[in-house]
Design a protein around this ligand. Structure first.
Ligand SMILES: [Zn+2]
Length: 413
């Protein structure tokens, strides 16, 4: 009983902590904006941002309450073990049915919230472009992918632990890392399940990007335009691949941003490539995976934890639920470290672009991106430290402008 109470309190504290973060950001809304971002919103846009923020905040508070209520209900009344013990046909079949039921339950609960988020809030502020058909197809595709990946992960860990005991857990660390590498290598394949990629047509933008790649010796596989406008008006771009890069630009970016701004965004991306940020980030991600799998190993070694929720033995799927309930302070600590690393890398990539003479167009692009997505220009420093992978807009602009094109690089490794 005491184990159950401790886990439930841990879960409640996690939700309270999230609520505190929202309140901290609230306390910064009324503060005057930093000088460098005062011109991003005009009065009309600023009011629109305030309204958007209030609507999103209310919505996510309700969503958190419902999801926490359902989760607590399931845990208090041992629903997981009741369902699992009901299907004792064959162990593997039981697991399949069990995962299917709880994955479906999670998806079904989230559908009305996702629908409201897309077709009411995002629609009201002009972000939503998705049709109901695309929305439904996305849900089905995501569900199938998540379900298949969960089964592979779970049965893999189960097999290794049952055959090799704690050595199996060490092997599971290696297996999960390889699995993550596989996902990274085939990330474009997964993205193609949801989006259409067409090669960027000949013209000024393609010429400028190719020139930039030649200048920094970045080998390009292809430059694509992604049909993001099928779902949203927000814009994004990314660069993926190891020796040869695949560049992808959202059509929203290509259609609404000037060439010099897009080129500046890529000068920033090549700054990441030059400093080998991807490879450096991967090591910390691996470390994080290893610690979490080892923590899972500890849970598997104490069947009393699963038994506290009505199971007759260790349940591998439920062990993951327990892991997420107790590991949140550790995850937050990892976030704190990984976001600090990420923000340092963002400054370095910005500095690279600024040094190469793309500073002002980059500032222009960042301002337009923030304005178009109604970003919070003045988040609380603690929330930034904990949750933001990028420095705030004001911090980035100040750092870029402090960096004159002829300056030598600072802080690069
Ligand atoms: Zn970046």
């Amino acid at each position: 009983m005491i184990i159950k109470i401790i886990l439930l309190i841990s879960y409640i504290l996690e939700n309270v902590f999230d609520f505190v973060l929202v309140k901290l950001n609230d306390s910064y809304v009324k503060k005057p904006l930093p000088e460098s971002v005062k011109d991003v919103y005009d009065e009309e846009k600023y009011n629109k941002w305030i309204n958007y923020r209030n609507d999103t905040k209310k919505f996510s508070a309700i969503q958190t309450l419902v999801s926490a209520g359902v989760t607590l209900g399931l845990l208090i009344f041992n629903v997981h073990s009741l369902v699992f013990n009901f299907f004792t046909i064959n162990r593997y079949v039981s697991y399949l049915i069990f995962i299917l039921i709880f994955s479906l339950l999670g998806t079904i609960i989230s559908i009305p919230f996702d629908y409201y988020q897309n077709f009411v809030i995002e629609e009201k502020y002009g972000f939503n472009k998705s049709s109901v058909k695309t929305f439904i197809i996305d849900i089905i595709k995501s569900f199938v992918i998540d379900f298949v990946l969960s089964i592979i992960l779970l049965l893999g860990i189960m097999f290794l632990y049952e055959k090799l005991g704690n050595y199996g857990i060490l092997l599971a660390c290696v297996a999960v890392i390889l699995f993550n590498l596989f996902m990274a290598i085939f990330s474009m394949t997964f993205l193609r399940i949801f989006n259409k990629f067409t090669p960027l047509e000949e013209g000024e933008l393609r010429d400028e990007l190719t020139k930039l790649c030649d200048k920094y010796n970045v080998k390009i596989k292809q430059i694509y335009v992604m049909d993001a406008s099928k779902r949203t008006t927000r814009a994004n771009a990314f660069c993926t691949g190891f020796s040869k890069k695949t560049i992808s630009l959202d059509d929203n970016l290509v259609n609404n941003y000037s060439t010099d701004k897009i080129v500046a965004v890529f000068a920033h991306e090549f700054g990441h490539a030059k400093h080998k940020h991807n490879a450096k980030t991967v090591w910390f991600a691996f470390f994080r995976i290893i610690i979490l799998i080892l923590a899972l190993g500890v849970i598997l070694n104490f069947p009393q934890i699963c038994e506290a929720f009505g199971f007759r033995e260790v349940n591998y799927y439920f062990a993951f639920t327990i892991l997420s309930m107790i590991s949140w302070p550790l995850s937050r600590l990892f976030d704190l470290i990984s976001n600090k690393i990420s923000r340092t890398f963002e400054y370095q990539a910005d500095a690279f672009a600024a040094k190469e003479g793309y500073g002002e167009p980059l500032v222009g692009a960042l301002k337009q991106l923030s304005k178009d997505s109604l970003s919070n220009l003045n988040p609380h420093p603690f929330v930034v430290a904990l949750e933001h992978s990028h420095p705030t807009l004001a911090q980035r602009i100040d750092a870029i402008r402090a960096k004159k094109p002829a300056d030598s690089e600072a802080g690069a490794s």
